[in-house]
Design a protein around this ligand. Sequence first.
Ligand code: NAD
Length: 293
Amino acid sequence: MSTIAFIGLGNMGGPMAANLIKAGHAVTGFDLVEAAKAEAKAAGVTIAATATEAVRSADIVVTMLPAGRHVLAVWTEIAPSCRKGALLIDSSTIDVDSARAAHAVAAQAGLQSVDAPVSGGTGGAKAATLTFMCGGEADAFARAKPVLEAMGRKIVHCGPAGNGQAAKICNNMILGISMIAVCEGFALAEKLGLSNEALFDVASTSSGQCWSLTTYCPVPGPVPTSPANNGYRPGFAAALMLKDLKLSQEAAASAGAHTPMGAAAAALYERFAEGHGDRDFSGIIEALRSGDL
Ligand code: NAD
């Protein structure tokens, strides 16, 4: 079992740290928010006074923070205090350029590192069923894998530094675009007098089928577990979808990729998230129906 430091004990990091404890690891944690620290403490995490103090005796350091600037600031702060041979893992969703810069901070301090963003949301964080998409050297990934297995079900090595973040934002760009496509299909069907059930029965077994339709259907009825049956309570909040679409567009601009549908999806979610950022991202169908977008 490993000695692990966990920095960022929020909605995702808190339950992830708790699962490391359940798997028998010794976890020392730090967050800026008292309530997050208290909840982690109740789950068995030892709370340190600073991030630097948390990492001093750790073999593995996990960060779960809001954005690239937080990850770079924390990794720059802690790297000089990490033990020789420690492995840094960042599971936040951040821009690819910051992820690669964070790897460079670790390398400069002689530390191995992995970017390991997740999908699966807070439900997956609690149930330890997250998917981890990892970027980094093969031996760093091999060290990270058993630790990530205590928090997730599927651990994928996507290639060198930053490729975990690249996989995450490409997947979520596909998701944002496909959700809007499915919503437009249902909104048009309604105007044409076609029932939701009839469109679902056809499209779910035809060439229009995709996850946004068959697992997360944005209208009530066909998929009883989808947020549409629950007043569009998240699920996956529109604000988080907007964050990921913006990251995809930053990456596209930085890499010189042409993603016009990704740009359109980002613009639509930007408008939807104004006032509806805390609704599930499939709730965008209501704004499309009403002509607000
Ligand atoms: P959150 O805001 O609940 O948690 C982030 C935590 O980081 C907060 O508790 C904050 O106090 C702490 N923090 C910020 N700066 C810090 C610092 N310098 N030192 C220590 N702690 C610091 O956010 P979350 O929902 O847990 O998301 C975390 C990351 O996971 C984000 O990058 C998000 O995009 C990603 N993510 C979230 C979900 C989701 O469903 N919530 C799903 C997949 C990925």
